[in-house]
Design a protein around this ligand. Structure first.
Ligand SMILES: [Zn+2]
Ligand SMILES: [Zn+2]
Length: 106
């Protein structure tokens, strides 16, 4: 019967217990003996997953000047020169004025 093993973490230098259950789990999956304690492994994993994997695409847009209020804004399309472009506020206000306050598409 294998027992628990005390190992030293290569990251933080702390001793940690490589339990018999963990040893069975690791050998079952073909993993080698861990070099890091659970805390450091968790931290490393979190760092890899949270390190800028998610990128917002909401910022994609064309910078324009709103024809209604004159504020700089972005629109999610390529504006044509012969048509006025509006910021979201003005667009919603204009749309809402004609439609009696219905829900916008935004
Ligand atoms: Zn550690
Ligand atoms: Zn505007």
């Amino acid at each position: 019967m294998p027992g628990d093993i005390q190992l030293t973490c290569s990251d933080c230098g702390q001793e940690f217990t490589f339990t018999a259950a963990d040893q069975a789990f690791f050998s079952e999956r073909g993993f080698s003996t861990p070099k890091r304690c659970k805390n450091c492994r968790a931290a490393k994993k979190a760092g890899q997953e949270g390190g800028g994997g998610y990128r917002s695409q909401a910022s994609h847009g064309t910078p324009v000047i709103c024809s209604g209020c004159g504020q700089p804004t972005t629109v999610p399309f390529e504006p044509r020169g012969d048509r006025p472009v509006f910021c979201r506020d003005c667009y919603t206000a204009r749309k809402g004025a004609g439609g009696g306050g219905g829900r916008g598409r935004y």
